[in-house]
Design a protein around this ligand. Structure first.
Ligand SMILES: [Zn+2]
Ligand SMILES: [Zn+2]
Length: 189
């Protein structure tokens, strides 16, 4: 178990992923088109078919030591998934469901100083298949673990410990920006 420092790429935003273990979350590589589009949108670099890596845990495990107010939020699908990025350098740092009541936070592992405490990638999501469909590996780990952790957080009240939402209003800490049709058109998927 370890406390892992994280930061945006310029270092203005800094924080800690607390008590990280391979069992305390899900280290996943996601190949979905939205993650690919988000990576290209935020960095200008297309991850192509390599996917993006994140560690899914609960928001109470994440704290900020500096630059919290520099987080901004965007979403391609505001009712489904919010993406928190650094307004200073643009990188995407977190993914989040649009309600704090389902306690799920994904932290992009590129932001972590050291990934050894969370172990290697344990599951893969939306893996492209030859017939054009997608499938998940370790689907139970992706969904079962995530739902179980969120349920425990809900029952214990830990869901209220989130640096990403105003619990009084249920709204994210920054307005949700939805990329325009023109911006979206520059993303080839
Ligand atoms: Zn994805
Ligand atoms: Zn930054």
């Amino acid at each position: 178990m370890a406390d892992i420092p994280f930061s945006c790429s310029c270092g203005d935003i800094r924080g800690t992923l607390h008590s990280a273990t391979p069992q305390g979350g899900n280290h996943v590589r996601c190949y979905c088109s939205a993650c690919r589009a988000a990576a290209l949108y935020t960095t200008g670099i297309d991850p192509e078919n390599r996917g993006v890596e994140l560690f899914q845990t609960t928001p109470d495990k994440i704290s900020f030591q500096q630059g919290h107010s520099k987080l901004s939020v965007f979403s391609f699908t505001p009712r489904k998934l919010l993406r928190f990025r650094a307004s200073c350098c643009g990188v995407q740092m977190f993914t989040m469901l649009p309600t704090p009541k389902f306690a799920l936070a994904g932290i992009m592992t590129d932001c972590l100083e050291d990934c050894s405490a969370i172990g290697p990638v344990a599951s893969e999501a939306f893996i492209p298949q030859d017939d054009g469909s997608t499938k998940h590996s370790s689907a139970l780990k992706i969904y079962g673990g995530t739902i179980w952790r969120a349920l425990v957080a809900r029952v214990t009240g830990r869901w209220k410990q989130t640096p990403f939402f105003d619990i009084a209003t249920g709204k994210p800490i920054a307005p949700v920006y939805v990329p325009s049709a023109e911006e979206r058109a520059t993303l080839p998927f």
